[in-house]
Ligand binder design. Structure first.
Ligand SMILES: [Zn+2]
Length: 357
């Protein structure tokens, strides 16, 4: 479920059916000068709710430079010239692959017999060598992928050191995408496998490698839909492997570095709001979780926001006194000057993404 003004899946004003993008063009005061001057009368971020039981494509989202070049060359496929750093907040138990493992952990794995050919014995693993290892894994023939997976599964678990989940992950991914998908090797061997609980989040910078495995999540990203896929998708849909590996960033480089911690937000007047503030502009995301009969009030943000209710039901009172019944799946655009109060009899969880500068 996408929410916002991105043209491929645009939101509409419920009462009139008018495109939200058109409504904002006609009423730029709803987003305000700061957003207008920088991004136009528009919403500079794109929140989504995703639900998946099978790995989504192994991917990166290009940085601004690359996005501009790709868009100029092939505007059909790369529909905008923007970067797309993103965050993902778990709504249920969320399994994912994100970023590269620490080099030491990968070096240890590359000593296993079936992988020794990936890195010359005398060569030390640094980020550039890792880039080559990643490229080699992505260019292996389907047979070579399948053979490598089988060989790895025949090795005793104790030889995997800190990565003893590799054989079971390979088995699981092979069941989803056959034993011929290069993505399985890249994900299981090189990337951090994480499990997040509801309310925990990760942050993926532009050019950051990631693949979501299972769960329900709220994603928020800069307003872009550019992506390079190299695994967990039909071979024909794969993007250029050299382009993919050349674009990769190697930060973060370990599981903890991808975690995005939330902090209590002063926007929540009654102290029941936390905030995810990624280290890039465009947006922050507020989270409000209310137990029965609790209330929260948000002071004026001064920038446009989109909120979505992910659990429970309640009431939202806007500064002018209008009351909206809200519940699971309700989505609202709120203007920059809106003051909001949330109340519930039964419990309520909502997320609210807003523009930052
Ligand atoms: Zn993504």
């Amino acid at each position: 479920m996408w929410m916002g003004t991105y043209p491929s899946v645009p939101s509409r004003v419920y009462s009139t059916g008018k495109l939200l993008s058109e409504h904002l063009k006609d009423n730029p005061e709803l987003v305000g000068d700061s957003v207008c001057n920088r991004y136009g009368p528009d919403i500079p971020f794109l929140p989504k709710v995703l639900s998946f039981a099978k790995a989504l494509p192994l991917q990166i989202h290009p940085d601004k430079d690359l996005a501009e070049r790709l868009h100029a060359k092939n505007p059909e496929k790369f529909g905008d010239a923007n970067h797309k750093p993103e965050i993902a907040i778990a709504l249920s138990r969320f399994e994912l692959f994100v970023g590269f493992k620490p080099l030491g952990q990968i070096s240890e794995l590359l000593r296993l017999k079936p992988l020794q050919k990936l890195l010359p014995a005398h060569e030390k693993l640094d980020d550039n060598a890792l880039r080559k290892v990643c490229e080699t894994l992505l260019t292996l023939s389907p047979e070579a992928v399948s053979n490598t997976i089988t060989e790895l599964q025949n090795i005793s678990l104790s030889e995997f050191g800190d990565s003893e989940n590799v054989p079971s992950l390979l088995e699981r991914l092979s069941k989803q995408y056959s034993s011929f998908d290069n993505g399985s090797l890249v994900a299981a061997l090189l990337m951090n496998y994480l499990v997040l609980e509801p309310g925990e989040a990760v942050c993926v910078p532009a050019d950051g490698i990631h693949a979501w495995l299972s769960g329900d999540i709220l994603e928020c990203m800069a307003r872009s839909d550019n992506v390079l896929n190299t695994g967990f998708c039909p071979r024909a849909d794969r993007d250029d492997i050299e382009l993919f590996t050349q674009s990769l960033t190697f930060k973060p480089h370990g599981p903890e570095e991808s975690i995005l911690q939330s902090k209590k937000s002063s926007i929540g007047v009654k102290g029941r709001s936390i905030e995810f503030a990624p280290p890039f502009s465009e947006f922050n995301v507020l989270a409000v979780a209310l137990s029965p009969t609790e209330v929260e009030k948000h002071s004026v943000l001064g920038s446009p926001s989109i909120l979505v209710v992910t659990q429970g039901s309640g009431k939202m009172t806007v500064g002018d006194g209008t009351v909206h019944e809200i519940g699971l799946g309700s989505v609202y655009f709120t203007a920059k000057d809106a003051e909001l109060e949330f109340s519930t009899k039964t419990g309520l969880i909502l997320y609210r993404a807003y523009a930052t500068f």
